[in-house]
Design a protein around this ligand. Sequence first.
Ligand code: TXA
Ligand code: MG
Length: 316
Amino acid sequence: MKTERLTPDPYGIARAAELLAAGQTVAMPTETVYGLAGDARNGRAVARIFEAKGRPGFNPLIVHVPDLAAARDIARFGDEALILAQTFWPGALTLVLDLHATSDIAPLVTAGLNTVGIRLPDHPAARALLSRFGGPLAAPSANVSGRVSPTSAVHVLDPDGGLAGRIAAVLDAGPCPVGVESTIVGWPNGRATLLRPGGIPAEAIEAAIGHKLIAPSIDPDRPSAPGQLTSHYAPNVALRLNAAAPRPDETFIAFGAPGRFSLSRHGDLTEAAANLFDTLRRADREGRPIAVAPVPEHGLGAAINDRLRRAAAPRD
Ligand code: TXA
Ligand code: MG
């Protein structure tokens, strides 16, 4: 298959929507990372997503919708979910909610669960595509399973481990402004629970609902979010965290200081999140072990450190 490279002009959006309507997969820009989109109501299209990613079948996908009304057709919103949707959508927040029995979401999207992860992305190209397509789009990050998430069309098509030739098209809108995946919140035991730290800081979510989020229990045999798989965002080379300085053989990723590989020279967490995956990819290409400077744990730092810990976790 030759992967078409489309731009987010009216022709590109129409062509991407046409491919999706035909059950094909299209890499779509969002504000967080590029997603590999397919029609969430079409089991064959969803199967093509898993096939292209080489993804384990137990991992459920996020459904992207154009507006809150479309989300409420699919899943049941409790009071807190509604507050969060009204506060943070469109934006980098995924809500895991009970699926309506009448919904037409393909069972493969939820991996057979009776809950579904939903979000309304805040990116003009994603929103144009969703409204042109006129239906829900299932979209995991557009990378081969277990590898670093793509924050540009170049990453999606990377000859080393990308999806070129495995998907119908990529809609190229340049780099993703947020740069880490969405924050995932669910109510597994009736209480608001942080299932994955991400682009909306947990502190902001807690301020909106007026109480603390529960941290998930980590059970590696029953992953409910990718944050619970040990090695998930893996570069090829080894990674050492919280390094004050590099050893002679290491490529150093700085934070709060300049450098060839620096997440943010001024220590800005928003900039560091936007640079994270591209910096990891570039450092990986040096072929030497990577050492990363400490990143503070508050705000977007929680999502950055979560991805770095996973990148550093032992491989299987
Ligand atoms: O920012 C993002 O969230 C990006 C963009 C493309 O939207 N998407 C993304 O998708 O990161 P993905 O598939 O790489 O991660 C989604 C994770 C799944 O691995 C799964 O663990 C969790 O969301 N998830 C989805 N539905 C769920 C459900 N019903 N229950 C629990 N977790 C769920
Ligand atoms: Mg992913």
